[in-house]
Design a protein around this ligand. Structure first.
Ligand code: AMP
Ligand code: MG
Length: 400
């Protein structure tokens, strides 16, 4: 069977994942919406401030009565924040008023406490006059009803939650996080923190895929590990497809003797084949119980590169997250690449350009950890020189 190109396989996967892009929005309580993505513009239902109020602790006056100072005014009472309908102001008198308290009707300025002396319960001496509007927060001076507060596609941060709460919105519509389940396969796999028997290794694809999915907007609902026993894998797959919108598997897809993923999925109508890329050549796709299943090869770098190339963009779009822009940057040194395969090479940014880290082996997890980009070398390119511009895919997930 001839190999598919990366573009062909990516288009095939896009076709399988259309359902991820039509998930209905989730209403979430505003106070719990940190990190969610808004799926529509949100306008304020009210004016803010909701009523005219004082910006200072001080005395509500009319500016005309404090035009020449010092002057002593009668204090007619105290208005605290949270007090109900404000009293009427009488020219030539004052109310003691607290920050945020409603301004008496007819008062037009506030003299801060700092500008007064001779205070008793009944009189105050104003030492510094204030003009009309000073220290008065007018209704709607911050937000007017109907004003756009947050646009669609906003990654909600505490400052957005504050503004939405201030106008009284208790819940909002956000993108639904696609539910993702992960099944890693291999009789040799154990969890970190347990003791290994000879021949066993630690499962890194489970944690890698789970965190990649989560960092790119998914809700990871299940992470399981199967031996190479088809009955066990079938059972885990049946559970995964009952709780998720998308399932990732790792391992068991190449040409060995115990390819549990391939053996189980082919009778269910899966497609397995070679994609002209390195790493990540053997790839499988299936739809089980109406849920798409993407089967990546087991080598840790192959799994992670497969996710970057075929799944990251799809998940981000489904979750409402912005696309990660590719960049074009110069190489610091020449490199060679295999003819006929698109290569994704681990590399890092330096002040002088992009520098390869270690070799191309798909088991080299340290090189992947040290890399912050993948260099994307087209299938037909076999040699590149120092200074040549290359396409790079950023790997970091820290600024989604
Ligand atoms: P496979 O695709 O199952 O033949 O696995 C290819 C290589 O990747 C083997 O060396 C496996 O031991 C290794 N491998 C498979 N799955 C994992 C995993 N979850 N974590 C770490 N290494 C793995
Ligand atoms: Mg295996």
């Amino acid at each position: 069977m001839s190999a598919r190109s990366v573009e062909e396989h990516a288009a095939h996967i896009s076709g399988l994942l259309t359902g991820l892009h039509t998930l209905s929005p989730s209403a979430v309580p505003t106070a719990e919406a940190l990190g969610r993505i808004t799926c529509s513009d949100i306008a304020s239902p009210v004016d803010l401030p909701l009523f005219r109020n004082s910006q200072m602790d001080g005395y509500a006056v009319d500016a005309a009565s404090v035009a020449s100072v010092p002057t002593t005014l009668t204090v007619r009472g105290v208005i605290a924040a949270g007090s109900g309908k404000p009293p009427k102001h009488l020219p030539g008198s004052a109310f003691r008023i607290m920050t945020g308290a409603p301004l008496p009707e007819g008062a037009d300025a506030v003299v801060p406490v700092e500008d007064t002396t001779g205070v008793t319960e009944h009189v105050v001496t104003i030492e510094r006059g204030r003009s009309v509007g000073e220290f008065v927060r007018e209704r709607g001076s911050d937000i007017t009803a109907g004003m756009l507060l947050v646009t669609a596609g906003t990654h909600l941060e505490p400052r957005h939650i504050a503004a939405l709460s201030a106008v009284g919105l208790a819940s909002l519509d956000t993108y639904t996080k696609p539910r993702v389940a992960i099944i890693t396969t291999g009789a040799e796999l154990k969890s970190a923190g347990t003791t290994l028997e000879p021949g066993e290794i630690y499962d890194s694809n489970g944690p890698a895929l789970a965190t990649l999915a989560e960092a790119n907007g998914a809700d990871v609902v299940s992470v399981a590990r199967s031996s190479d026993d088809p009955a066990e894998f079938r059972e885990l797959l049946s559970y995964a497809t009952s709780v998720a919108d998308l399932v990732f598997t790792s391992g068991g897809v190449s040409m060995g003797d115990f390819e549990v993923v391939k053996e189980t999925l082919i009778p269910l109508g899966a497609h397995f084949g070679h994609v002209a890329m390195q790493p990540g050549g053997p790839q499988g796709t299936a739809v089980v119980n109406e849920v798409p299943v993407l089967s990546f090869p087991g080598n840790p770098v192959s799994t992670m590169v497969s996710f970057e190339v075929f799944a990251r963009g799809e998940l981000r779009r489904a979750a409402g997250l912005p696309e990660i822009p590719r960049e074009r940057l110069p190489l610091t040194a020449p490199l060679r690449s295999v003819d006929g395969k698109r290569q994704f090479l681990r590399a890092r940014r330096t002040a002088d350009g992009i520098e390869l880290v270690a070799g191309p082996g798909s088991h080299l997890v340290a090189a992947m950890a040290w890399a912050d980009v993948l260099i994307d070398v087209p299938a037909a390119v076999t040699e590149l020189g120092a200074g040549d511009l290359v396409d790079v895919l950023p790997l970091s997930t820290s600024s989604i």
